[in-house]
Design a protein around this ligand. Structure first.
Ligand SMILES: [Zn+2]
Length: 853
C-alpha cells in the first residue's frame, strides 16, 4: 500500500486500538481486550475498512505481527508515556485530571472522579464527584456502551455502501468524545486520569506521524523501550538508549493568531451590537479553517489535531513536514495580509519530538519551547514573505475613491451608507461580521463544508473581503443556522454540529456528513416586541424587535444605576499549570486531557451559567462576546455581570475538584451604554490585571496572589468578595454585606430600614483609611517589623465605630431589626481588628449603586 493510502486506515486503527477495554468493562463479550476489540470491528465498522484493523487489535501480542501493528503499538506507548503504577487496584472511573496537578505548591484536597455519563452540559454529567456517590461502574458501562454501539451502528450503516473514510473517521472521533471522555484508558494498577478518548486520538495522531518510519527502526525503538523500562526498574535514572534520544518521531506544531483582541474590540459604537459577536465568532471559524487547512496541506487526518480554539491550535505532524510547513505558513500569510492588511497574523511554529521526549515529563519542556517559538514569530510578523512585501506597498489602481468605514475606520472602495436605522457608512467586511452576528442569534447548528482552497503561491492583490471570502481561501464554507434543513448541499464533505444538547436529536450521519456536538458559548440577548414597546421613547436608536439587544438597552435594564458591566476573566497561571503542573507525569495524553477539561468548562459550562433559567434577572441581560480556551469576555447589565462572575468562579472550583491552586481572576468595568467598546475592553483588562497583581493572605496566614476580582475599582480576593458558593447575605463577604446593606437601606423609607446616610458613612470610612494607607505606603511605613503589610489605626476608625453605634441607638425605638444590624456592623468592625475597613466601603458602594433610582 502507498504510504498516502495508508494514512486513514492507520489513523482508524490508532483510534480503535483500545476499544476492547470499553467493551470488556461493559461485559459485552468475554475475552482479552484485543479479541473483544476485533469483535467490535467485525460487527460495527463498515466492511471496506475492517481487514486492516484486525491485526492491530493484537498490539500487545509478543512478538508483534505486521507493520501497522507495530506503528500503533509504538504510538500507544508514546501516547501513554510510562503508565504510573499504583499499589492498589484502581476504580473504573476517570479520575479528574485536576487531581494530578500540583499548583501553587498544593494539590486537590481529595480525589474526585468523573461520572460515567455521555457528554452533556448538565451538572450531573460533567462535575467530578466522590466515588461513593456513584452507582456501580458495571451498570454505568453497560448503559454507556449500549448508547455508543447504537450510534456506532447508525454510523456504520451510513458508510456501508459508499462510504468516505475521512468522514467516517471524524464522525467516530466525535462519537468517542461523546461516550469515552469519561472512560479511563488505563486502570487496574495504573493511574486512571486519561480518558480513552484522549489516549486514542493521540495514539492515532502519533501512528500517522510514524508512518514512513522503516520497520527495522520501529523494531529498534520498541525493543529499546522495553530494555529501558527494564533498566529503570533497577535504577530509575537509567538514561534512555541512543535510538530513543536520537530518532525524531513527530513534530509538535503550534499555530497562534495574533491581533485578535484589537480586531474584535477596535470598532466604534456606530457598529451594531451583533458586529462584536460576529467578529469574535469569525475568529473562531478562522482558527478552525486555518488549522484544517494546515492538516489538509500536510495530508494529515483530523486525529492529528490536538486542540483548536480561541485563536490557537496544536497538531502533530511528521518529522519531515518542516519544509512543507514553511510553504503553508507563507500561503496563510498571503491570505491574511490581503484580507486583513496586517491586522491578523498567524504564527506557525514547530518543535521536533524524539521518542524520549514522551517520558519523564519532558513533553512540557517541548511545549514550553514551542510557546517561545510562537512568541518570537509574532515579533517578526510577515517576515516569511520577504521580498513579496515590497510588492505590496506599490501604489495600487484603487485609492483616491476609497471611503472610510465608520465602524472600523478602514478605507474600502465598496464602503456604503446603510439605508435603514442610523445611516452609518460601512465597509463590506464590517457588514459581513454584523450578518454573522445576526445569524448567531437563534443558531442551533454550525455547518461547515470543504471546498477547493483559493490560497495561492502568489500575493493576492484583492480588496479585503468579508469573512466568507477569507474562509473560502482556506477551503471552507460555514454558517450558523436554526434548522438542519437550512444547511446548503455543497456536494463535497460537510459537517453539521449541534450547538445545544437538544439539537443532537435532529442529526443523522451520512456518507459525506460528519455530525456531532460542538461546544460554543452563544448567549445572545434579543430585543423582544414587548421590550421594544416598553422602551420606545426611553432609549434612543432602538433597533427593530428581534435584533440583538443594543448595549444601551442592557445598561437601561440594570438594577440601580444604568450601566453596562464588562467582564473579563481567565485562569490564573495557565501556562505554568501546563508546563509545571503535571511535573514528571506529564505525557502528551495528559496535557491533552487537561486542555480538554479546561475547554469543557469555558466553551461549554459557562453558557449554562449565563443562561440559567433560575436566575430570572440574569436572563437576556447578558451577551457573550467570547468564551473559549481559558478565558472569557461578557457584556451585560452590570448587576447581572457581577453575579455571573461569582457563579463562574464558584463552579470553576467545583469543576477543578476544589483544587486550591486552580483559580481564575476577573475584572469588571462599569461603563455607559454609548461608551466606546475598545475603551471598555481596555478598562476591564486593566481591572483584570489589578486583580492578578493582588497580594493577600488566606485564613491560615499563607501568602497568596491572584485568585481575585476587581470590581468598582478595587481588587479583593474571591474569598472575601464572596463567590456564589458562599451563603447569601454572609456579612463577612463584600457581596453578602452589599446585599444586606441594599436591603436595609432600600426599606429605609418605609420606616423599617436604615437611612441611606449609612452607606455614605461606610464609604467615607474606607476612603479615609485608604488615603492614609497610601501616604504611608509611599513613605515605606506600611509594613511591620516582619515586613508584613498591616492595617493602621487612626481616629477615623473610632469615629466610624461611634457613628454606627449612635445610629444603632437612634434606630432602636422604631426600627428594631435595622438597629440590630447596624450595631452588629459596628461590633464586627471593631471585633476583627478593624480589618473590614479595607472592604466595607466597597460593599457600601455596591449597595449604593444598586439603590440608585
Ligand atoms: Zn469596516
Amino acid at each position: 500500500m502507498d504510504e498516502r493510502d495508508a494514512i486513514y486506515p492507520v489513523a482508524l486503527a490508532g483510534l480503535l486500538h483500545d476499544i476492547g477495554k470499553f467493551a470488556q468493562r461493559a461485559g459485552w463479550m468475554k475475552g482479552a481486550h484485543p479479541e473483544v476489540g476485533g469483535e467490535f470491528v467485525r460487527q460495527l465498522v463498515p466492511q471496506a475498512w475492517r481487514e486492516g484493523l484486525y491485526p492491530v487489535m493484537g498490539h500487545h501480542d509478543k512478538p508483534l505481527q505486521g507493520y501497522a501493528t507495530k506503528l500503533v503499538a509504538l504510538a500507544d506507548r508514546l501516547s501513554a508515556g510510562e503508565r504510573i503504577p499504583q499499589e492498589e487496584e484502581q476504580p473504573l472511573f476517570l479520575r479528574s485530571i485536576f487531581c494530578s496537578l500540583t499548583a501553587d505548591g498544593q494539590q486537590a484536597p481529595r480525589v474526585l472522579y468523573w461520572p460515567l455519563q455521555c457528554l452533556k452540559m448538565t451538572r450531573e454529567a460533567i462535575f467530578p464527584r466522590d466515588l461513593v456517590e456513584f452507582p456501580s461502574a458495571e451498570d454505568g458501562y453497560r448503559r454507556l456502551w449500549g448508547e455508543f454501539t447504537g450510534e456506532a451502528r447508525r454510523l456504520m450503516e451510513a458508510h456501508q455502501a459508499n462510504g468516505s473514510l475521512p468522514v467516517y473517521l471524524e464522525s467516530l472521533l466525535l462519537l468517542l468524545q461523546r461516550y469515552t471522555w469519561c472512560v479511563p484508558s488505563a486502570s487496574y494498577r495504573s493511574m486512571p486520569d486519561v480518558s480513552l478518548y484522549d489516549h486514542s486520538r493521540i495514539t492515532a495522531g502519533l501512528a500517522v506521524c510514524l508512518l514512513g518510519t522503516g520497520e527495522a527502526a520501529l523494531d529498534g525503538m520498541l525493543n529499546a523501550l522495553e530494555d529501558w523500562f527494564r533498566a529503570r526498574q533497577k535504577d530509575s535514572s537509567a538514561p534512555a538508549p541512543a535510538i530513543l534520544e536520537g530518532t525524531k518521531v513527530a513534530l509538535l506544531v503550534g499555530g497562534d493568531i495574533s491581533g485578535v483582541q484589537d480586531f474584535i474590540y477596535t470598532i466604534t459604537a456606530r457598529g451594531a451590537t451583533s458586529a462584536l459577536r460576529g467578529r469574535s465568532f469569525y475568529l473562531q471559524l478562522l482558527t478552525e479553517a486555518v488549522a484544517r487547512y494546515v492538516l489538509r496541506r500536510l495530508g494529515l487526518p483530523i486525529t492529528n489535531l490536538i486542540y483548536q480554539g480561541g485563536g490557537h491550535f496544536y497538531l502533530l505532524a511528521r518529522p519531515n513536514d518542516l519544509d512543507r510547513l514553511e510553504e503553508v505558513r507563507r500561503e496563510v500569510s498571503r491570505v491574511l495580509l490581503a484580507h486583513h492588511r496586517g491586522d491578523l497574523y498567524l504564527a506557525l511554529e514547530a518543535v521536533p519530538l524524539t521518542a524520549a521526549d514522551f517520558y519523564d515529563g519532558r513533553i512540557s519542556g517541548q511545549w514550553e519551547e514551542l510557546g517561545q517559538g510562537l512568541r518570537q514569530a509574532k515579533q517578526r510578523r510577515f517576515a516569511e514573505l520577504g521580498a513579496e512585501l515590497v510588492d505590496l506597498f506599490q501604489p495600487e489602481g484603487h485609492g483616491g475613491n476609497e471611503e472610510e468605514c465608520q465602524v472600523c475606520g478602514r478605507e474600502h472602495p465598496e464602503t456604503e451608507e446603510e439605508k435603514e436605522d442610523t445611516r452609518t457608512r460601512k465597509c463590506p467586511p464590517c457588514r459581513s461580521y454584523e450578518g454573522l452576528g445576526k445569524d448567531l442569534r437563534r443558531a442551533r447548528y454550525l455547518w461547515m463544508a470543504q471546498v477547493e482552497p483559493a490560497a495561492s503561491g502568489k500575493l493576492l492583490k484583492v480588496t479585503p473581503g468579508g469573512w466568507e471570502e477569507v474562509l473560502a481561501a482556506f477551503g471552507m464554507r460555514a454558517g450558523a443556522v436554526e434548522n438542519v434543513s437550512k444547511v446548503p448541499d455543497t456536494g463535497g464533505p460537510r459537517w453539521i454540529l449541534a450547538l445545544k444538547d437538544e439539537a443532537m436529536d435532529g442529526l443523522q450521519p451520512d456518507a459525506r456528513t460528519v455530525v456531532g456536538r460542538r461546544l460554543l458559548v452563544n448567549v445572545t440577548p434579543i430585543l423582544t416586541d414587548e421590550e421594544h414597546r416598553e422602551l420606545r421613547g426611553k432609549v434612543p436608536d432602538l433597533p427593530t424587535p428581534g435584533s440583538v439587544k443594543p448595549f444601551s438597552v442592557m445598561a437601561y435594564q440594570s438594577r440601580g444605576i444604568r450601566r453596562l458591566g464588562v467582564l473579563r476573566m481567565d485562569v490564573d497561571n495557565l501556562g505554568k499549570l501546563f508546563s509545571e503542573g503535571l511535573g514528571n507525569q506529564a505525557t502528551l495524553s495528559r496535557v491533552a486531557a487537561l486542555s480538554f477539561a479546561i475547554s469543557l468548562f469555558f466553551e461549554g459550562w459557562v453558557e449554562v451559567l449565563a443562561e440559567r433559567p433560575g436566575k430570572k434577572e440574569g436572563r437576556d441581560r447578558l451577551y457573550s462576546i467570547y468564551s473559549g480556551g481559558d478565558d472569557l469576555f461578557f457584556v451585560g447589565s452590570w448587576d447581572a455581570v457581577a453575579e455571573l462572575a461569582r457563579a463562574i468562579r464558584a463552579d470553576f472550583s467545583r469543576f477543578a475538584a476544589e483544587h486550591p491552586g486552580v483559580h481564575a481572576s476577573a475584572g469588571i468595568a462599569l461603563v455607559g451604554g454609548k461608551y466606546p467598546l475598545y475603551q471598555a475592553a481596555e478598562d476591564a483588562g486593566r481591572a483584570e490585571k489589578q486583580a492578578k497583581a493582588l497580594r493577600w493572605r488566606d485564613e491560615s496566614g499563607g501568602r497568596r496572589t491572584k485568585d481575585a476580582i476587581s470590581f468598582l475599582g478595587q481588587a479583593v480576593p474571591w474569598q472575601r468578595f464572596g463567590t456564589e458558593a458562599c451563603e447569601e447575605e454572609n456579612r463577612q463577604t463584600v457581596h453578602g454585606l452589599a446585599h444586606l446593606l441594599d436591603h436595609l437601606t432600600a426599606s429605609g423609607g418605609d420606616g423599617k430600614g436604615a437611612p441611606k446616610a449609612l452607606l455614605q458613612i461606610l464609604i467615607r470610612l474606607q476612603e479615609q483609611y485608604q488615603e492614609v494607607a497610601e501616604g504611608r505606603a509611599r513613605l515605606g511605613e506600611d509594613r511591620n517589623r516582619a515586613r508584613e503589610p498591616q492595617v493602621y489605626y487612626g481616629p477615623w476608625m473610632w469615629r466610624g465605630y461611634y457613628f454606627l453605634k449612635r445610629m444603632a441607638r437612634r434606630l432602636e425605638r422604631e426600627r428594631g431589626e435595622a438597629s440590630w444590624v447596624v450595631n452588629d456592623l459596628a461590633e464586627g468592625l471593631y471585633g476583627e481588628n478593624f480589618q473590614a475597613i479595607e472592604w466595607i466601603g466597597l460593599a457600601a458602594r455596591w449597595a449604593e449603586l444598586l439603590g440608585r433610582e
